[in-house]
Write a protein that binds this ligand. Structure first.
Ligand code: SF4
Length: 316
Protein backbone atom coordinates (compact mmCIF):
# COMPACT_ATOMS: atom_id res chain seq x y z
CA UNK A 1 0.00 0.00 0.00
CA UNK A 2 1.34 3.40 -0.96
CA UNK A 3 -0.82 6.29 0.07
CA UNK A 4 -3.92 7.64 1.79
CA UNK A 5 -6.36 10.20 0.44
CA UNK A 6 -8.48 12.09 2.95
CA UNK A 7 -12.00 13.09 1.94
CA UNK A 8 -13.06 16.67 2.58
CA UNK A 9 -15.40 17.62 4.08
CA UNK A 10 -15.62 14.79 6.58
CA UNK A 11 -16.46 14.33 10.25
CA UNK A 12 -18.38 16.58 12.59
CA UNK A 13 -21.26 18.62 11.21
CA UNK A 14 -22.65 21.73 12.87
CA UNK A 15 -25.55 19.83 14.46
CA UNK A 16 -23.26 17.26 16.09
CA UNK A 17 -20.82 19.92 17.26
CA UNK A 18 -23.70 21.77 18.89
CA UNK A 19 -25.18 18.66 20.53
CA UNK A 20 -21.86 17.50 22.01
CA UNK A 21 -21.02 21.04 23.18
CA UNK A 22 -24.46 21.23 24.80
CA UNK A 23 -23.78 18.23 27.04
CA UNK A 24 -20.27 19.43 27.84
CA UNK A 25 -21.55 22.90 28.75
CA UNK A 26 -24.34 21.43 30.87
CA UNK A 27 -21.77 19.36 32.78
CA UNK A 28 -19.59 22.45 33.25
CA UNK A 29 -22.48 24.61 34.42
CA UNK A 30 -24.32 22.24 36.72
CA UNK A 31 -21.91 19.36 37.30
CA UNK A 32 -22.77 15.68 36.98
CA UNK A 33 -25.03 13.95 36.61
CA UNK A 34 -26.55 15.32 33.42
CA UNK A 35 -29.01 12.90 31.87
CA UNK A 36 -29.12 12.48 28.09
CA UNK A 37 -32.04 10.82 26.33
CA UNK A 38 -30.59 8.32 23.80
CA UNK A 39 -27.07 8.65 22.43
CA UNK A 40 -26.46 12.38 22.04
CA UNK A 41 -24.99 11.61 18.61
CA UNK A 42 -24.50 8.18 17.06
CA UNK A 43 -20.87 7.63 17.99
CA UNK A 44 -19.70 5.20 20.63
CA UNK A 45 -16.47 7.11 21.41
CA UNK A 46 -18.32 10.38 21.97
CA UNK A 47 -20.83 8.67 24.23
CA UNK A 48 -18.11 6.94 26.28
CA UNK A 49 -16.17 10.19 26.72
CA UNK A 50 -19.24 12.03 27.95
CA UNK A 51 -20.09 9.14 30.27
CA UNK A 52 -16.65 9.47 31.82
CA UNK A 53 -17.37 13.15 32.46
CA UNK A 54 -20.64 12.35 34.24
CA UNK A 55 -23.32 12.15 31.56
CA UNK A 56 -25.88 9.39 32.07
CA UNK A 57 -27.49 8.06 28.90
CA UNK A 58 -31.03 6.73 29.18
CA UNK A 59 -33.37 5.20 26.63
CA UNK A 60 -36.45 7.12 27.66
CA UNK A 61 -37.22 10.30 29.56
CA UNK A 62 -39.23 8.27 32.07
CA UNK A 63 -35.95 6.83 33.44
CA UNK A 64 -34.77 10.30 34.51
CA UNK A 65 -35.33 11.10 38.21
CA UNK A 66 -38.00 13.77 38.75
CA UNK A 67 -36.61 17.28 38.71
CA UNK A 68 -33.29 16.29 37.08
CA UNK A 69 -31.81 17.85 33.93
CA UNK A 70 -32.13 15.94 30.66
CA UNK A 71 -30.68 16.75 27.25
CA UNK A 72 -32.56 15.62 24.15
CA UNK A 73 -30.26 14.24 21.44
CA UNK A 74 -29.44 15.75 18.04
CA UNK A 75 -31.94 13.44 16.32
CA UNK A 76 -34.99 15.11 17.79
CA UNK A 77 -37.92 13.86 19.86
CA UNK A 78 -41.66 13.45 19.40
CA UNK A 79 -43.96 15.95 21.16
CA UNK A 80 -45.01 13.14 23.54
CA UNK A 81 -41.46 13.17 24.94
CA UNK A 82 -41.76 16.87 25.79
CA UNK A 83 -45.14 16.12 27.41
CA UNK A 84 -43.64 13.36 29.56
CA UNK A 85 -40.75 15.61 30.58
CA UNK A 86 -43.19 18.32 31.65
CA UNK A 87 -45.25 15.83 33.62
CA UNK A 88 -42.11 14.56 35.40
CA UNK A 89 -40.98 18.17 35.99
CA UNK A 90 -37.66 17.52 34.26
CA UNK A 91 -35.42 20.39 33.31
CA UNK A 92 -34.93 19.98 29.58
CA UNK A 93 -32.31 21.14 27.14
CA UNK A 94 -33.13 20.40 23.54
CA UNK A 95 -30.04 19.61 21.44
CA UNK A 96 -32.12 18.66 18.38
CA UNK A 97 -30.27 19.76 15.25
CA UNK A 98 -32.04 22.80 13.76
CA UNK A 99 -32.14 20.96 10.43
CA UNK A 100 -34.15 18.17 12.05
CA UNK A 101 -36.40 20.75 13.69
CA UNK A 102 -37.04 22.11 10.19
CA UNK A 103 -38.38 18.70 9.11
CA UNK A 104 -40.59 18.55 12.22
CA UNK A 105 -42.13 21.91 11.42
CA UNK A 106 -42.79 20.83 7.84
CA UNK A 107 -44.60 17.75 9.18
CA UNK A 108 -46.73 19.91 11.49
CA UNK A 109 -47.44 22.41 8.73
CA UNK A 110 -48.62 19.81 6.20
CA UNK A 111 -50.57 17.83 8.79
CA UNK A 112 -52.39 20.95 9.96
CA UNK A 113 -53.33 21.72 6.35
CA UNK A 114 -54.86 18.25 5.92
CA UNK A 115 -52.11 16.65 3.82
CA UNK A 116 -51.10 13.01 3.84
CA UNK A 117 -47.34 13.09 4.31
CA UNK A 118 -44.94 10.52 2.90
CA UNK A 119 -41.83 10.42 5.07
CA UNK A 120 -38.89 8.90 3.20
CA UNK A 121 -36.64 7.34 5.82
CA UNK A 122 -35.59 4.25 7.75
CA UNK A 123 -37.94 2.58 10.22
CA UNK A 124 -36.65 2.54 13.77
CA UNK A 125 -34.21 5.44 13.38
CA UNK A 126 -34.63 7.93 16.23
CA UNK A 127 -35.06 10.84 13.86
CA UNK A 128 -37.87 9.04 12.04
CA UNK A 129 -39.59 8.20 15.34
CA UNK A 130 -39.39 11.85 16.39
CA UNK A 131 -40.69 13.20 13.08
CA UNK A 132 -43.54 10.66 12.89
CA UNK A 133 -44.53 11.61 16.40
CA UNK A 134 -45.37 15.12 15.17
CA UNK A 135 -48.32 13.85 13.16
CA UNK A 136 -48.71 10.08 13.57
CA UNK A 137 -52.11 9.98 11.86
CA UNK A 138 -50.95 11.88 8.78
CA UNK A 139 -47.51 10.37 8.09
CA UNK A 140 -46.77 7.23 6.07
CA UNK A 141 -43.19 5.91 6.06
CA UNK A 142 -41.60 4.83 2.77
CA UNK A 143 -38.17 3.18 2.94
CA UNK A 144 -37.28 2.30 -0.65
CA UNK A 145 -38.13 2.85 -4.34
CA UNK A 146 -39.86 -0.56 -4.26
CA UNK A 147 -42.13 0.56 -1.43
CA UNK A 148 -42.85 3.81 -3.26
CA UNK A 149 -44.04 1.69 -6.21
CA UNK A 150 -46.65 -0.14 -4.18
CA UNK A 151 -47.79 2.30 -1.51
CA UNK A 152 -51.46 3.28 -1.60
CA UNK A 153 -52.23 6.86 -0.61
CA UNK A 154 -55.63 8.40 0.03
CA UNK A 155 -57.22 11.05 -2.21
CA UNK A 156 -56.56 14.61 -1.10
CA UNK A 157 -53.44 16.72 -0.78
CA UNK A 158 -50.08 14.89 -0.61
CA UNK A 159 -46.57 15.95 0.35
CA UNK A 160 -43.27 14.23 1.00
CA UNK A 161 -40.53 15.02 3.48
CA UNK A 162 -37.36 13.03 4.20
CA UNK A 163 -34.96 11.99 6.92
CA UNK A 164 -31.88 14.25 6.92
CA UNK A 165 -29.20 11.57 6.58
CA UNK A 166 -30.26 9.47 3.59
CA UNK A 167 -28.48 8.50 0.40
CA UNK A 168 -28.98 11.40 -2.01
CA UNK A 169 -29.18 9.04 -5.01
CA UNK A 170 -31.57 6.51 -3.49
CA UNK A 171 -33.82 9.27 -2.17
CA UNK A 172 -34.00 10.78 -5.65
CA UNK A 173 -35.11 7.38 -6.95
CA UNK A 174 -37.86 7.22 -4.33
CA UNK A 175 -38.95 10.76 -5.14
CA UNK A 176 -39.00 10.02 -8.88
CA UNK A 177 -41.35 7.11 -8.25
CA UNK A 178 -43.58 9.20 -5.98
CA UNK A 179 -43.75 12.02 -8.53
CA UNK A 180 -44.57 9.63 -11.35
CA UNK A 181 -47.31 7.86 -9.38
CA UNK A 182 -48.67 10.96 -7.63
CA UNK A 183 -47.94 13.93 -9.90
CA UNK A 184 -49.66 16.37 -7.55
CA UNK A 185 -47.41 15.51 -4.58
CA UNK A 186 -45.79 18.58 -3.03
CA UNK A 187 -42.48 19.05 -1.22
CA UNK A 188 -40.83 21.65 0.99
CA UNK A 189 -38.96 24.40 -0.87
CA UNK A 190 -35.59 23.33 0.45
CA UNK A 191 -34.75 19.64 0.54
CA UNK A 192 -34.51 17.84 3.86
CA UNK A 193 -31.32 15.83 3.34
CA UNK A 194 -28.92 18.08 5.15
CA UNK A 195 -25.85 19.88 3.81
CA UNK A 196 -23.47 17.66 5.81
CA UNK A 197 -24.92 14.41 4.45
CA UNK A 198 -24.89 15.76 0.89
CA UNK A 199 -21.37 17.17 1.11
CA UNK A 200 -19.84 14.03 2.63
CA UNK A 201 -21.40 11.83 -0.06
CA UNK A 202 -20.21 14.19 -2.79
CA UNK A 203 -16.68 14.24 -1.39
CA UNK A 204 -16.56 10.44 -1.36
CA UNK A 205 -17.90 10.18 -4.91
CA UNK A 206 -15.28 12.64 -6.14
CA UNK A 207 -12.41 10.46 -4.98
CA UNK A 208 -13.75 6.99 -5.82
CA UNK A 209 -11.85 6.93 -9.12
CA UNK A 210 -8.56 7.46 -7.28
CA UNK A 211 -8.84 4.87 -4.50
CA UNK A 212 -9.01 1.06 -4.16
CA UNK A 213 -10.58 0.95 -0.70
CA UNK A 214 -12.64 3.40 1.35
CA UNK A 215 -12.57 3.32 5.14
CA UNK A 216 -15.47 5.18 6.73
CA UNK A 217 -14.99 6.03 10.39
CA UNK A 218 -18.33 5.94 12.17
CA UNK A 219 -20.50 3.81 14.42
CA UNK A 220 -22.86 1.07 13.21
CA UNK A 221 -25.95 3.09 14.13
CA UNK A 222 -24.79 6.24 12.30
CA UNK A 223 -27.10 6.61 9.33
CA UNK A 224 -24.99 9.06 7.34
CA UNK A 225 -21.84 6.94 7.88
CA UNK A 226 -23.56 3.82 6.54
CA UNK A 227 -24.67 5.78 3.49
CA UNK A 228 -21.01 6.70 2.75
CA UNK A 229 -20.09 3.00 2.66
CA UNK A 230 -23.02 2.36 0.32
CA UNK A 231 -21.99 5.17 -2.03
CA UNK A 232 -18.57 3.55 -2.49
CA UNK A 233 -19.89 0.00 -2.81
CA UNK A 234 -22.54 1.09 -5.35
CA UNK A 235 -19.65 2.29 -7.52
CA UNK A 236 -17.79 -1.02 -7.09
CA UNK A 237 -15.21 0.29 -4.61
CA UNK A 238 -14.55 -1.87 -1.55
CA UNK A 239 -15.58 -0.06 1.63
CA UNK A 240 -15.85 -0.76 5.35
CA UNK A 241 -17.35 1.07 8.31
CA UNK A 242 -15.00 1.14 11.31
CA UNK A 243 -15.43 2.59 14.78
CA UNK A 244 -11.68 3.09 15.05
CA UNK A 245 -8.33 1.69 13.89
CA UNK A 246 -8.70 -1.50 15.96
CA UNK A 247 -11.31 -2.71 13.46
CA UNK A 248 -9.09 -2.46 10.39
CA UNK A 249 -8.27 -5.91 9.00
CA UNK A 250 -4.85 -6.27 7.36
CA UNK A 251 -6.42 -8.55 4.73
CA UNK A 252 -8.46 -5.62 3.37
CA UNK A 253 -5.19 -4.03 2.23
CA UNK A 254 -4.07 -6.93 0.01
CA UNK A 255 -3.40 -5.55 -3.47
CA UNK A 256 -4.54 -2.06 -2.42
CA UNK A 257 -2.40 0.92 -3.43
CA UNK A 258 -4.54 3.86 -2.32
CA UNK A 259 -6.90 3.96 0.64
CA UNK A 260 -9.51 6.69 0.97
CA UNK A 261 -10.43 7.74 4.49
CA UNK A 262 -13.52 9.64 5.51
CA UNK A 263 -15.63 9.98 8.64
CA UNK A 264 -19.34 10.34 9.29
CA UNK A 265 -20.92 13.49 10.70
CA UNK A 266 -20.80 12.16 14.27
CA UNK A 267 -17.18 10.95 14.25
CA UNK A 268 -14.56 13.17 15.94
CA UNK A 269 -11.41 14.05 13.98
CA UNK A 270 -9.22 12.41 16.63
CA UNK A 271 -10.43 9.03 15.31
CA UNK A 272 -9.15 9.94 11.85
CA UNK A 273 -5.79 10.77 13.44
CA UNK A 274 -5.73 7.39 15.17
CA UNK A 275 -6.35 5.65 11.84
CA UNK A 276 -3.54 7.64 10.23
CA UNK A 277 -1.25 6.67 13.13
CA UNK A 278 -2.15 3.01 12.52
CA UNK A 279 -1.06 3.33 8.91
CA UNK A 280 2.05 5.33 9.83
CA UNK A 281 3.08 2.50 12.17
CA UNK A 282 2.98 0.26 9.08
CA UNK A 283 5.11 2.62 7.04
CA UNK A 284 2.38 4.47 5.14
CA UNK A 285 3.03 8.17 5.66
CA UNK A 286 1.99 9.56 2.28
CA UNK A 287 -1.28 11.23 3.32
CA UNK A 288 -2.93 13.99 1.37
CA UNK A 289 -6.36 15.62 1.26
CA UNK A 290 -8.18 14.73 -1.95
CA UNK A 291 -9.75 18.15 -2.24
CA UNK A 292 -10.11 20.78 0.42
CA UNK A 293 -13.67 21.95 0.77
CA UNK A 294 -14.66 24.07 3.72
CA UNK A 295 -18.03 24.17 5.45
CA UNK A 296 -18.92 27.30 7.36
CA UNK A 297 -22.25 26.34 8.92
CA UNK A 298 -22.55 27.01 12.62
CA UNK A 299 -25.52 26.66 14.99
CA UNK A 300 -25.84 28.60 18.22
CA UNK A 301 -26.03 26.55 21.42
CA UNK A 302 -29.41 26.20 23.17
CA UNK A 303 -29.99 29.35 25.27
CA UNK A 304 -29.61 27.57 28.63
CA UNK A 305 -26.01 26.54 27.91
CA UNK A 306 -24.72 29.49 25.89
CA UNK A 307 -21.54 31.00 27.29
CA UNK A 308 -22.60 33.43 29.97
CA UNK A 309 -25.69 31.38 30.95
CA UNK A 310 -26.10 31.56 34.68
CA UNK A 311 -25.45 28.34 36.60
CA UNK A 312 -28.55 26.66 37.99
CA UNK A 313 -31.03 27.83 35.37
CA UNK A 314 -31.98 25.12 32.89
CA UNK A 315 -35.62 25.61 31.87
CA UNK A 316 -38.13 23.41 33.64
S1 SF4 B 1 -26.11 15.20 10.00
FE1 SF4 B 1 -27.25 17.00 9.29
S2 SF4 B 1 -29.24 16.90 10.32
FE2 SF4 B 1 -27.85 15.50 11.39
S3 SF4 B 1 -26.99 16.71 13.05
FE3 SF4 B 1 -25.59 16.93 11.32
S4 SF4 B 1 -26.29 18.79 10.25
FE4 SF4 B 1 -27.93 18.15 11.61
Amino acid sequence: MKRILLASPRGYCAGVERAVDTVEQALDLWGPPVYVRKQIVHNIHVVRDLEERGAIFVETETEVPPGATVVFSAHGVAPSVHDNARRLELKTIDATCPLVTKVHSEARHYAKAGYTIVLVGHAGHEEVEGTMGEAPDSIVLVESPEEAETIELPDGPLAYITQTTLSVDETNEVIDVLRRRFPRIEAPKKEDICYATTNRQRAVKAMLGSIDLLLVIGSRNSSNSNRLVEVARAAGVMSYLIDDETEIEEAWLDGVETVGVTSGASAPERLVERVLDWFAARGVTNVSPFAEEREDIFFKLPAQVRPGAAAGTPSG
